[in-house]
Each structure stands twice: as structure tokens, then as C-alpha cells.
Design a protein around this ligand. Sequence first.
Ligand SMILES: [Zn+2]
Length: 52
Amino acid sequence: MKEQYCEWCGSVLLENGRCPIEDCVQNVILDAMESEPKQESEEKRDESNQTV
Ligand SMILES: [Zn+2]
């Protein structure tokens, strides 16, 4: 498997895509993305359901 590197600090990312540096911008962004566009992804799910 290909390792992914944090674009902010260069550390090897964890399996879940988070940076091992807990304070890293990478983790802040991931947290922000998780809390915000939940509704959007549910809408997309509905669309794909209709298509199938
Ligand atoms: Zn990082």
C-alpha cells in the first residue's frame, strides 16, 4: 500500500487519514470537514439511490 504524507508537516498519515501530530492543520481540517458537509453527503446518497 502507498503511504500518504501530511502536506502540512510531512509525517506519514495514519490509516484513517489523520496526521500523527494531533495539533497539525491536517487534523483541524479533517475535523472541520466531518462536522460541516454531512447534509451534503446525505443528499448525494439520495441522488445515487434514485439513479439505481
Ligand atoms: Zn501533519
